[in-house]
Design a protein around this ligand. Structure first.
Ligand code: BEZ
Length: 211
């Protein structure tokens, strides 16, 4: 069965380019991004892992640990990483799971046989410190993901976990946010001291509370 938002991310032990990882233990109190790519030495995957390595500081700032996976073996991963480093002028410092047995891919429903019999699709799972799944994405092999968009969602997830707000379309960190419907306008006026912009009774903006 596929995994849904709010489910506990399945735990596993896996061989990676940085040794054996027990997933939950490795996550500790951090957020996590587990993302699959179809296979090593392919062009789109090479750009995606390079981009993620370039954004590693942004993931760290948000306390997100990054873990990549494909069904290729460790030897292949270790031969491919220097290419990624060279082509994106970066250093891949996050682990890549070697999932030749497809154990993790099956656990996370990353194999979609009607799209590809052998390779994982481009799945992304964002996992919170409570080990629950906060976001899932599934992209086809032919479309590289936008990792700035993933960081944007992490910003929204981390904000909305702590305040009674939601984020509007195309929101970026620092922009006004929406007061959730569960909070009455009377309570919102007390709670959001930076001000309330009532556009409709059900659409009330306030400046981002943690800025
Ligand atoms: C790629 O990563 O470049 C790729 C993988 C599978 C199909 C198409 C592109």
């Amino acid at each position: 069965m596929s995994l849904r938002l709010g489910d506990i991310a399945p735990d596993f032990e896996a061989n990676t380019t940085q040794g054996t990882i027990n997933f939950h233990e490795w996550l500790g109190d951090s957020w996590g991004m587990l993302f699959s790519h179809p296979s090593d030495f392919t062009p789109v995957c090479t750009t995606e892992l390079g981009k993620t390595a370039l954004l590693q500081g942004e993931f760290e700032k948000r306390n997100v640990k990054v873990l990549a996976i494909s069904v290729d073996d460790l030897d292949s991963h270790n031969r491919w990483i220097p290419d990624i480093n060279e082509l994106s002028n970066t250093q891949v410092n996050f682990p890549l799971i070697a999932d030749e047995s497809r154990k993790v891919a099956l656990l996370y429903d990353m194999l979609h046989p009607n799209a590809s019999e052998k390779a994982t699709v481009r799945s992304v799972f964002i996992i919170g410190p409570d080990k629950k799944i906060k976001l899932t994405l599934t992209y086809p092999a032919s479309t590289g993901r936008n990792f700035n968009e993933i960081l944007r969602v992490v910003d929204s997830l981390q904000l909305t976990a702590n305040y009674s707000v939601a984020t509007p379309a195309d929101w970026k960190d620092g922009e006004d946010v929406i007061v959730v419907p569960a909070v009455s306008t009377e309570d919102a006026q007390k709670k959001f001291t930076k001000g309330l912009n009532i556009v409709k009774p059900y659409l009330r903006y306030t400046p981002q509370p943690n800025k």
